[in-house]
Design a protein. Structure first.
Lengths: 257, 294
C-alpha cells in the first residue's frame, strides 16, 4: 500500500477490555515522515488503537493486547521490551492540553530530566519551543506557570514537551478537540512542518482536519457484531474523494457517525 | 396543552419555595448550634482559666499545692509525643496510601485493606493504649517513654492519614500521570515527580487532622502507663513523660478549687498549642498549593 518501508506496522492487532473486544484485527502501516490519520465514529476504538503504539494501554489493568506492533522491526509487545523505553521514542499529545503545574521551562525540561539528559538543557528547551512554534510567545516568561497560557498555547507547549525527548513518532489523540478554530489552525500548520522530521499519527473526529493535514487515512468502524475494525486505508486524497468502501463514503459524507 | 396545568404549577411552586426556605433555615440553625456551643465552651473556659495562666504556671512542674502547680512537663511532653506521632503516621500513612492507590489499586487485597483501615478509625482509642503497652513498652523494651507514647498515638491516627492521603492521591488528575508516562517516566518517577507533589497539600491536611486528634488523646497514654505526676522535663526519647490532657484530667479530678482553675488554664494552653500547630500547617499547605498551582 505504501511506497516506502513503514515505521510502524500492526499485524492482527486486537485489544480487549476484560472480555470486551474494542479493536479487532487491525493491519495498519504507518508511513515514515508522513501524517497518518485515524478517523471513525465515537467508540470505534480509534484512541485505543493509537495507544497501542506507545503501550499506554498497559496503564489500564483490564486491557489486553493481541497481535503485533512492529516499530522499525522491533516488536513493541515483545517480552524484553520495557514500555518506558519506547514511550520517549514514540511521544504523545493528548486530547486536552495537560501541561504540568510547573513553569514553562520545567514542562519542557521534564522529559529530558527523567530520561537522564546531561547536555545543555537551556538550548534543548529553546530548540523544542522553537520547533513547536511557541518560542516567541513564551521566551520572556519561561519561569512563569504553564497553566497561565491559553488552551492553544498549552497544546503547543505539550507538543514542545513531547519533542524535547526527541521522539521519532508523535501520536496525537484529537489534539484540537478542545481548541478554537484559530488555535486549531496553528496546530495543523505545526503538524505539517513537523511531518518533515517526524512520523505523526493523529486521531481525529474532524474529517476536514484529516483531509487537510494527513497524507494517509485509516477509517475504523463499529458494527453490532464487530467493534473497532478497519474498513479502509489509503491515501487521504483517495479516501476523501473516491473511497472504495460504501461505508467509508457514507461516513465521510456525513450520513452517519 | 402543556404537561403541567397552570394551577398545579402555581400550587407546587409555592410549596417548593417554602421547602427551599425551610431547608435554608435548618442549615442556618445547625451552624448556630455548632458555633454557639463552641462559643459557650470557649467563653466559659476563658473566664475560669485565664487568671490561672501566668509565666510561673507555664514554667513550673506539677505540685501538690494548687497555687504552685505548673504545666511545663506536660507542654513539653505533649509536643515531643505529638512530634513522634506526626512523623510516624506521616511516613507510614503516605507509604501505605501510595501502595494501596498506586501499586495495588483495584486489587482485591487493596479493596479489603481499605475497608479495614476505615474500620480501624472506629476502634476505641484505649485499645491502642493496650497495644502500645504490649508492643512498644514490653516487646520492644522502649519503656513507658516518649517514643513508646508517640508510636502508640502514631498508630492511633494512622487511619486518618491513610484515608486523607489516599483521597489526595486519587485526586491527582489522570491526565498528568498520562503526560508523565507518555514522556517515558517510570512508575516511581511518576509517583515522585507528579503524584506526591500534587497530593502533598491534601496529605498535609490529613496530618494536621491526625496531629490535632493525637494531641487531645488521654486514654491510650494512660493505658500505656504515662505518668500523671512528672516533676521533670523529658530529656531523651526514652524518658518518661506526661501530656497536657492527662495533666488536665488529673487536675479536674482533684477536689480543691485551685486545681479546677489550673485545669481550665491547662485547657487554654492546649487549645493555643493546637491552634498554633494547625495554623503553621495551614500556612505550609498553602505554600505548597501555590507552588504547585502557580
Amino acid at each position: 500500500m505504501l511506497d516506502q518501508d513503514p515505521i510502524l506496522q500492526t499485524r492482527g492487532l486486537s485489544v480487549y477490555y476484560d472480555t470486551k473486544k474494542v479493536v479487532t484485527d487491525v493491519n495498519l502501516d504507518v508511513a515514515r515522515n508522513r501524517i497518518t490519520s485515524i478517523i471513525g465514529p465515537s467508540g470505534c476504538g480509534k484512541s485505543t488503537l493509537l495507544r497501542c503504539f506507545n503501550r499506554m494501554n498497559d496503564l489500564i489493568p483490564s486491557a489486553r493486547v493481541e497481535g503485533q506492533v512492529m516499530f522499525d522491526g522491533l516488536d513493541l509487545y515483545g517480552h524484553d521490551v520495557d514500555p518506558t523505553e519506547i514511550r520517549y521514542l514514540i511521544g504523545m499529545v493528548f486530547q486536552r492540553p495537560n501541561p504540568f503545574p510547573k513553569s514553562i521551562y520545567d514542562n519542557v525540561a521534564f522529559g529530558p530530566r527523567i530520561n537522564g539528559f546531561k547536555g545543555d538543557m537551556d538550548e534543548l528547551v529553546e530548540r523544542s519551543l522553537v520547533r513547536a512554534a511557541i518560542w516567541d510567545e513564551v521566551k520572556d516568561r519561561l519561569n512563569t506557570s504553564a497553566l497561565a497560557l491559553s488552551g492553544g498555547q498549552q497544546q503547543r507547549l505539550c507538543i514542545a514537551r513531547a519533542l524535547a525527548v526527541e521522539p521519532r513518532v508523535i501520536l496525537m489523540d484529537e489534539p484540537c478537540s478542545a481548541l478554537d478554530p484559530i488555535a486549531t489552525l496553528a496546530i495543523e500548520e505545526l503538524m505539517r512542518e513537523l511531518s518533515e522530521d517526524y512520523s505523526i499519527i493523529i486521531v481525529t473526529h474532524n474529517m476536514q482536519q484529516a483531509a487537510r493535514v494527513s497524507h494517509y487515512t485509516a477509517f475504523l468502524m463499529v458494527e453490532e457484531a464487530r467493534v473497532g475494525f478497519m474498513v479502509e486505508f489509503g491515501e487521504s486524497r483517495q479516501i476523501f474523494t473516491n473511497p472504495e468502501d460504501e461505508r467509508t463514503e457514507a461516513y465521510i459524507t456525513g450520513r452517519f457517525g | 396543552m402543556s404537561v403541567i396545568s397552570q394551577s398545579d404549577f402555581q400550587r407546587k411552586r409555592a410549596r417548593r419555595k417554602w421547602m427551599g426556605r425551610a431547608f435554608y433555615g435548618l442549615c442556618l440553625l445547625s451552624v448556630a448550634i455548632a458555633l454557639g456551643m463552641l462559643a459557650v465552651l470557649l467563653v466559659y473556659l476563658f473566664i475560669q482559666g485565664i487568671t490561672g495562666i501566668s509565666w510561673s504556671f507555664l514554667t513550673s512542674f506539677a505540685s501538690r499545692h494548687p497555687d504552685q502547680a505548673g504545666i511545663k512537663a506536660a507542654i513539653l511532653g505533649s509536643i515531643y509525643v505529638v512530634m513522634v506521632a506526626g512523623v510516624t503516621s506521616f511516613v507510614l500513612g503516605v507509604a501505605t496510601a501510595l501502595y494501596l492507590e498506586e501499586y495495588a489499586a483495584r486489587s482485591k487485597f487493596a479493596r479489603i485493606a481499605k475497608i479495614n483501615i476505615a474500620n480501624l478509625a472506629g476502634v476505641p482509642s484505649i485499645v491502642y493504649g493496650i497495644l502500645g503497652l504490649q508492643i512498644f513498652v514490653h516487646s520492644m523494651h522502649l519503656g513507658k517513654s516518649v517514643l513508646a507514647g508517640g508510636f502508640t498515638l502514631g498508630l492511633l491516627v494512622l487511619p486518618i492519614v491513610i484515608v486523607a492521603s489516599g483521597e489526595a492521591v486519587r485526586a491527582v488528575p489522570p491526565s498528568l500521570r498520562e503526560a508523565a508516562y507518555g514522556l517515558g517516566a517510570t512508575r516511581w518517577q511518576v509517583i515522585w515527580h507528579m503524584v506526591i507533589p500534587q497530593a502533598f497539600p491534601g496529605i498535609l491536611t490529613g496530618v494536621i487532622l491526625a496531629v490535632s486528634r493525637a494531641i487531645g488523646e488521654t486514654a491510650p497514654l494512660i493505658a500505656m502507663g504515662a505518668l500523671t505526676f512528672v516533676p521533670f522535663t523529658p530529656d531523651s526519647p526514652l524518658s518518661r513523660f506526661t501530656v497536657l490532657p492527662i495533666q488536665i484530667f488529673n487536675w479536674t479530678s482533684r477536689p480543691q478549687e485551685g486545681f479546677q482553675e489550673a485545669a481550665a488554664a491547662g485547657i487554654i494552653v492546649l487549645l493555643v498549642i493546637l491552634l498554633v500547630m494547625n495554623a503553621g500547617a495551614v500556612i505550609l499547605r498553602n505554600k505548597f498549593q501555590n507552588k504547585s498551582g502557580g
